[in-house]
Ligand binder design. Structure first.
Ligand code: ZN
Length: 248
């Protein structure tokens, strides 16, 4: 794979005339007719903590459950996406199974059943009719939902630690009932919600990260800190009216 990439880059650099290229390459994206590459920073499954969940996710019982619960379909997950290598954390399918598994096994029965931590798996399962992957040269979007179909793009799969990916899955699931209502009027100028009590995707995501950071089961300090940082980032950047919360 690496050699193919290098050859392609050389061919582009020396071809003189730039051609539109739309290629889907694991870990890297070549953008339209520019000789430019991205390396997704969380591509390595040790760095993304996919390795921590990889084996549990690819047990047959897990595969059967997650596949069914999230309406996954072979034609979207074969062709190099991991259907034939379900334990390979470099492939999109295992990485999505890992994100789903985080929602599944982080539940903490000592906390209220209404806590977002305990509610997230069932809510996501109930809201998402089909979960698909889309080989993306679109480097701005993590994932999207329309008509209860959630698509994950390369950025959502390869530029996120597994707990961030789980949070994104819940965020998209929430779009079944609520879109973003704040335009670009929040600090990040991206997917803004008006306020916390709108109870949209940003509130759900922030709450999940917050609960996860304090009470998640089957986790570790690094993942919990990442979740808390994500929660705080959502709070600080994705609301038109700052909710005023500090998660620690
Ligand atoms: Zn959104």
């Amino acid at each position: 794979m690496k050699n193919v990439f290098v050859l392609l880059m050389l061919a582009m650099m020396f071809s003189g005339q730039a051609r539109a290229v739309s290629s889907c390459i694991y870990g890297r994206v070549i953008k339209d007719n520019k000789v430019q590459s991205y390396y997704w920073s969380k591509y390595n499954p040790s760095i993304s903590y996919d390795n921590k969940f990889r084996r549990g996710s690819c047990k047959q019982s897990s595969i059967n459950k997650y596949w069914k619960d999230f309406g996954m379909e072979k034609k979207y997950w074969d062709d190099g996406m991991g259907y034939y290598s379900t334990c390979d954390a470099y492939k999109p399918l295992n990485r999505m199974f890992n994100a789903i598994r985080v929602l599944h096994i982080s539940k903490n029965s000592s906390q209220s059943s209404n806590a977002m931590l305990n509610h997230a798996y069932g809510y996501s399962k109930g809201s998402i009719k089909h979960l698909r992957v889309k080989c993306g040269t679109n480097d701005r979007t993590n994932a999207s939902m329309s008509n209860r179909i959630v698509k994950f793009y390369w950025k959502g799969i390869y530029n996120k630690v597994v707990v961030e990916r789980a949070l994104t899955l819940l965020h998209e699931a929430r779009h079944r009932h609520k879109g973003h209502n704040g335009g670009k009027k929040c600090p990040c100028k991206c997917s803004c919600d008006s306020k916390w009590s709108y109870n949209g995707s940003n509130t759900y995501g922030a709450l999940y990260g917050w609960w996860y950071g304090y009470y998640a089961k089957n986790s570790n300090t690094v993942l919990k800190n990442i979740a808390l940082n994500d929660a705080q980032w959502n709070i600080d950047n994705r609301f038109v009216k700052h909710p005023g919360y500090r998660v620690r």
